[in-house]
Design a protein around this ligand. Structure first.
Ligand code: ADP
Ligand code: MG
Length: 351
């Protein structure tokens, strides 16, 4: 399989539309990199640059240490799976999967063998004689993946391949793709706008916003140490709670909550935003903070409670608890070591 390196890659469309800007990243052999970010942040542009469908305006792209900026797509040995699978409607499943091999003049018996093997891996052996219109969304998705892997490419690029599927099927396909990745030991760059997909699938996640890389790293590093406000608010559901305030005399001070902070090398007073994840509040009758229960969302295995504290609504994740009543006063604690602090001027993490 392959490794991939981007050095300061920028793509400007036309005069001044930023596709991506100054992206540097490494994907090692066999790694599953998920690129995530809101719509329009440059995810597809990034994949198209790697595939060779676009040329960078600046910067270098290496596959296996070979500079590929000027290498045509067909020589890069990359397979790309798109959101709309674009299967050939007039071909049966087996011809759809085998098409790439046929174009390369691989003998028919060899194609048949490979298609059968892929069909077994993807569990679509019973669908080989069907046409795309006779398949469900999930089945079409599998065929599209089959068509990509049959060529045994060095590198797989997926562009939001699951976003047309319903929630249940998406969950199934997610696991299936991970299994496939384990089995093929393939190097994958997988694009999604769904942070849950990113968290569950990636061995490494790259977060983009407005064409720029915000942070890259293992999912839990991004979750526990988001490097700026954008990453903090993008990763995690329900979203992190944010409270405007100041750091003064070793304390976070605000209209809502005030608590000691553990941070050095900061000039005081500094305007900051404190970020607290819903699970880093602990509901406890001896807790020193309190508010009023506004909304209760029972999810079965857990509970989301919206607590109004001095006119600010904080969302708290807790275990199912029948004693929590709407409209009642409730006390809670904060796990202080887990509090995130961001500079209000530039949004960067300061602890
Ligand atoms: P994403 O896939 O994250 O939604 P894209 O990579 O498609 O984002 O787009 C990034 C930015 O580049 C957007 O502002 C988009 O409008 C612009 N863009 C993408 N493709 C083109 C193109 N062919 N010509 C001009 N602008 C483009
Ligand atoms: Mg896109």
């Amino acid at each position: 399989m392959a490794k991939l390196r981007l050095e300061n890659v920028t793509k400007i469309y036309g005069k001044d539309i930023i596709g991506v800007k100054g992206i540097s990243l490494d994907v090692s052999d066999g790694e599953f990199l998920v690129v995530v970010g809101p719509s329009g942040c440059g995810k597809s542009t990034l994949l198209r640059l790697i595939a060779g469908l676009e040329k960078p305006s600046e910067g270098k792209i290496f596959i296996d240490d070979i500079l590929v900026n000027d290498m045509p797509p067909k020589d890069r040995n990359i397979a790309m799976v798109f959101q709309d699978y674009a299967l050939y409607p007039h071909m049966r499943v087996k011809e759809n999967i085998g098409f790439g091999l046929k174009m390369r003049q691989i003998p028919g018996s060899e194609i048949e063998r490979k298609v059968a093997e892929i069909a077994r891996i993807l569990q679509i052996e019973n669908l080989l004689e069907r046409y795309p219109r006779e398949l469900s969304g999930g089945q079409r998705q599998r065929v599209a993946v089959g068509r990509a892997i049959v060529r045994e490419p060095k590198l797989f690029l997926f562009d939001e391949p699951l976003s047309n599927l319903d929630a249940k099927l998406r969950e199934e396909m997610r696991t299936e793709l991970l299994r496939l990745h384990d089995r093929l030991k393939a190097t994958v760059v997988y694009v999604t706008h769904d942070q849950l997909e990113a968290m569950t699938m990636g061995t490494k996640i790259a977060i983009l916003n407005k064409g720029e890389l915000q942070q890259i790293g293992p999912p839990l590093i991004l979750y526990n140490k988001p490097s700026n406000l954008f990453v903090a608010s993008f990763i995690g559901t329900p979203t992190m709670n944010f409270i405007n305030g100041y750091i003064e005399n070793g304390k976070f001070v605000s209209n809502v909550l005030t608590f000691p902070v553990f941070t050095q090398q900061i000039s005081e007073p500094t305007a900051v935003i404190a970020g607290i994840r819903p699970e880093d509040f602990i509901i406890e009758s001896e807790g020193e903070y309190w508010g009023t229960v506004e909304i209760i969302e029972p999810l079965g295995s857990e509970l989301f409670v919206y607590i109004n504290v001095k006119n600010k609504s904080l969302i708290v994740r807790t275990k199912p608890n029948e004693n929590i009543k709407k409209g009642a006063r409730i006390n809670f604690k904060i796990i202080l070591e887990k509090v995130h602090l961001f500079n209000r001027d530039d949004g960067k993490r300061i602890n």
